[in-house]
Design a protein around this ligand. Sequence first.
Ligand code: G6P
Length: 466
Amino acid sequence: MTRLIVVSNRVNPPTGAGEESVGGLAMALAAALREYSGLWFGWSGQSTPTFTGQLSMQKIEGVTAATIDLEESDVEEYYNGYANKTLWPLFHYRTDIAAYDRAFNEGYQRANRRFAETLRPLIEPDDLIWIHDYHLIPLARELRRLGLKNRMGFFLHVPWPAYQVFVTLPGHRQLVESMFDYDLVGFQTEDYRQAFEEYVLSEAGGEKVGDDLFKAFGRSVRVGAFPIGIDAPDFARLIKTNRARRMRDLMTACTVFRHLIVGVDRLDYSKGLEERFTGFERFLAADPDMRREVLMLQIAPVSRESVEAYQEIRARLDAISGRINGEYADVDWAPFRYVNKNYRRDELAGIYGAARIGLVTPLRDGMNLVAKEFVASQNPEDPGVLILSRFAGAARQMKEALLVNPNSPDEIADAIRRGLAMDKPERIRRWSALFDNVQREDVTAWRDAFVDALKGVEERRTALAS
Ligand code: G6P
């Protein structure tokens, strides 16, 4: 029987208790793993002074999680370094803060080698191996070096940048060459797929030998766009839970006579939070009559705190949020709530359900599932309005949202005004189209499309050879 091996830097299988605290993607991958009786491999989140390679195996609710601790220097050079100080900013178009340090690249290659060496003994010949995200791009190369011939697929959750941006990475060729050790590479959108194609054709001297098959570096790889979605049936269940209802009632009660505007993001400079806060500030400044009519709630759990750029953006957001309330709050009322706490998915569903406007305005984002969860949480008879960045991968599918340029606080302010004024028939019309897409292109469709394509590579290989 074919097993599925999922590999990602972070491993978050359901914990058994309180599944609602686990991310939607994790739930979907866990469901696939149960179906294929596979295992999920990655970093434990812990570090040790020297690398031991010791595996820790846990079976929870039918999913086997296999994790390893990383060496402290790996955490510094691979995770904080190359993954989060080099690739993350670069893939989100922040070439100004991307750090290029040879030690980071060495740490990245070393950690990938260590992942490969520890994973190798767990693999059986027929296993499908599905590797996730920018932390692990060279993993297939390392596994091939150890002699594995299995079908291997890679899915990039973040954007693939435009050619001119990507080539600013020292060693860009080596990185792309390692992607040709996969059988299948998946991107979130057609734009990212095209940007990759442009690189392969114009920089790597590659060629396109079929609709989705590329040749370069003496090898070939199949490339496709596989937009990720949310677990729609599970979300439909979630919004009906007691916890979700309680949260919706609570938020409705504390916004009587006011409209709730909500944003939920990891505290990351790619999320456009400064511009969003400033957009809200300009909306308040321009519209004194509206000041008592709205409450903006931004939930932004802190993230990657040992990276300086994250400490800086946090300090700036503290300052802007303080300034907005300082300027516009009254003794009995404040326009802005800024919360750095993490909430469970069912509670978030309740918050979205109480909101009149969802603000999802990243400067760049691979997909953005908050946009989809917001839509899935709305009351069909009186739905809220989604304001969405045109630079989120989700904008490709969610054209009925109010699309904005997230770099422009003025456009954000205009969209808030327009969203608040939108009549019910228009809100229902837009929401129905969005909801239809969220239901159809959900995480199960994404996973099945990717896994089927990966299963199909063997047949294609045979066909090409004959
Ligand atoms: C993004 C990445 C994921 C990552 C997550 C949280 O969504 O695409 O791979 O796991 O951020 O970031 P962290 O660094 O805490 O894993």
